[in-house]
Design a protein around this ligand. Sequence first.
Ligand SMILES: NC(=O)c1ccc[n+]([C@@H]2O[C@H](COP(=O)([O-])OP(=O)(O)OC[C@H]3O[C@@H](n4cnc5c(N)ncnc54)[C@H](O)[C@@H]3O)[C@@H](O)[C@H]2O)c1
Length: 282
Amino acid sequence: MKDLAGKTAFVTGAASGIGLGIATALAQAGVKVMLCDIEEAALQAAVEGLKRTNADVASVKADVSLKAELQAAAEETRTRYGNVHILVNNAGVTGGGPYGMWTDARWNWTLGVNLMAVIWGIEIFGPAMEKHGEGGHIVSTASIAGLISGSSSPYEVTKYGVVALSEGLRLQLAPRGIGVSVLCPGFIRTRIMSSRRNLPERFDDATEMAPLSDALRERIKHANERIDHGIDPLYVGELVREGIENDWPYIFTDCEFEPFIDARFAEIKRGFDRIRDRQPRR
Ligand SMILES: NC(=O)c1ccc[n+]([C@@H]2O[C@H](COP(=O)([O-])OP(=O)(O)OC[C@H]3O[C@@H](n4cnc5c(N)ncnc54)[C@H](O)[C@@H]3O)[C@@H](O)[C@H]2O)c1
């Protein structure tokens, strides 16, 4: 989508971090942006900040892990701005934890915000984008953890899900005039490590914590440090804007984890090599 000025975007998780970076970068290009988030005070502050730059922005509060709230937010966006051209499914949480710490509440919270909300966003906005025919683009925020996995299984499952969804949709929606990109950030300076500030009441059980092992405590400390010194979220927003303008399938923020992705592909290739000369029995 080359000409962004005058288009309308709906961005989830837009009150802080990467979502706010994307909303800002789009607003700077003359896009009208509806910022959607669960965190009301941060949302108000974000919108006030953007309005001071003369951006045409508005906000709507929604818990995106509830389909009805996402639907209502979409309705409010259409009432305010008319046709939506850019959907950014970005809200996310670091729920879950490694094997041994799983609870149904943590799985459901993580799956709800990080994956189901993305699916619903596409279901809700996709057909309307097709119908208005003015062009469309969908960006969903996965993670580098959507391409390599380690110790936070629920988070990684949702992020692999977002990558799979985006790769498949890209093929399905291209003939319908809608571009699809998946954003796979590395360490970005945001509030992601305090995701629990937005834990919806119905997932209260997710706060129950088994005592953390020393190894896990160390890993969390390391992640906190990397995120505290991470990449500027507005830089990520600018990359996303460029990704939309040029229809990039994958939007990466840096090359730190490229060797790990190479190693994963090499392991997958070795799996084929092991059985290459065999004749499958049918
Ligand atoms: N920060 C990183 O290093 C990093 C790396 C890879 C991927 N990501 C992904 O980037 C996305 C944005 O996260 P961030 O790092 O900017 O963190 P963040 O916590 O600063 O921003 C996340 C936003 O999502 C909102 N949110 C949380 N639950 C919600 C819900 N139920 N409904 C609506 N909004 C909700 C939060 O209020 C917040 O504004 C997430 O999908 C995250 O998984 C972040």
